[in-house]
Ligand binder design. Structure first.
Ligand code: MF3
Ligand code: CO
Ligand code: CO
Length: 293
């Protein structure tokens, strides 16, 4: 019988990597919580051009880290790749020092590494990636005062038909959600499309972590659910908006809980998870993906 992969456990986290003084920090670094954003989610052309740059750097960083996902690599080594890529592009890693919930430590790394049953917000540490693991990399770049946010899933080695299918369904669910983001509709159509598509394969879409408005704030307050939340989350999609679509698709029950580290989220039943995330811009004719390399 094929060996069964043991559950993910906490490893040891390396010291915080330095950021050169010339790279500007987001306002929340060193604070207890991020400032609330009151500027809305419809942005000027000038703001959009800034977001495009951060989104492109984030996408390039994601591709570079993804190339390093392989059996034997530690998630800390993946963090090093992402951290150094952002430094080389004069970008601040938005997750580094991002405030946690009340009484919890800030996120300590340049990206999230969420392996197998880890839903999201996994902290890079000395854990070694094993053959067949699904590794989600979520990396956000901050340049010119704005953030671009994206995530992808990578299989270390070949994986199995099941893990490859989960990953491809998550990718397709994300793109169907993106395409559903048409001006004039309520944001809850996005999650309805995602949840329905996942259900065709017996998969569930996580409800308690959502997409979000992004740009001058990492999380603007606008919530983009990945399930059918109607009649709630009835914000109208408008030209000029920028937000993320980032469904976490589970090969089992989406019920989940957070570890006592204040960050790592795992499925209750140990089911594996795949996730993709794009930052998108709404044009009068429909969505445009900004997180392309
Ligand atoms: N990038 C994640 C998102 O898609 C947020 C990570 S916050 C962190 O919204 F602190 F966990 F890194
Ligand atoms: Co993200
Ligand atoms: Co996001």
């Amino acid at each position: 019988m094929a060996p069964v992969r043991e559950s993910i456990t906490k490893g040891s986290v390396s010291p915080m990597r330095p950021v050169p003084g010339g790279i500007a920090r987001p306002e929340y670094v060193g604070k207890k919580r991020a400032a609330a954003w009151h500027g809305g989610d419809v942005h000027s052309a000038e703001m959009l051009e800034r977001i495009r740059i951060s989104a492109r750097i984030a996408a390039q960083a994601l591709a570079e880290v993804g190339r390093h996902v392989a059996p034997g690599v530690t998630t800390d080594a993946l963090d090093r790749v992402g951290h150094e890529f952002l430094m080389d592009h004069h970008a601040y890693p938005s997750t580094l020092g991002y405030p946690g919930a009340a009484g919890r430590p800030p996120f300590p790394k340049a990206l999230c590494t969420s392996v197998n049953e880890v839903v999201c917000h996994g902290i890079p540490d000395d854990s070694v990636v094993q053959d067949g693991d699904i590794v989600k990399i979520d990396i956000t770049a901050f340049t010119n005062g704005v953030h671009g946010d994206n995530c992808g899933s990578f299989i270390a080695g070949e994986g199995t038909p099941e893990s490859r299918r989960l990953l491809e369904v998550a990718r397709e669910a994300t793109m169907r959600g993106v395409k559903a983001a048409q001006p004039g509709r309520q944001v809850n159509v996005i999650g309805r499309v995602i949840e329905k598509y996942a259900a065709r394969f017996g998969y569930e879409s996580v409800k308690n972590y959502t997409g979000h408005g992004v740009g001058p704030a990492f999380h603007t307050g606008l919530v983009i659910p990945h399930y059918d939340s109607a009649p709630f989350h009835d914000d109208i999609i408008e030209p000029g908006m920028v937000f993320t679509v980032e469904p976490m698709i589970v090969a089992g029950s989406e019920a989940n809980h957070e570890w006592d580290d204040g960050w790592t989220v795992v499925t209750n039943d140990g089911s594996w998870v795949a996730q993709f995330e794009h930052t998108i811009f709404i044009t009068p004719d429909g969505p445009e993906v900004l997180t392309t390399p």
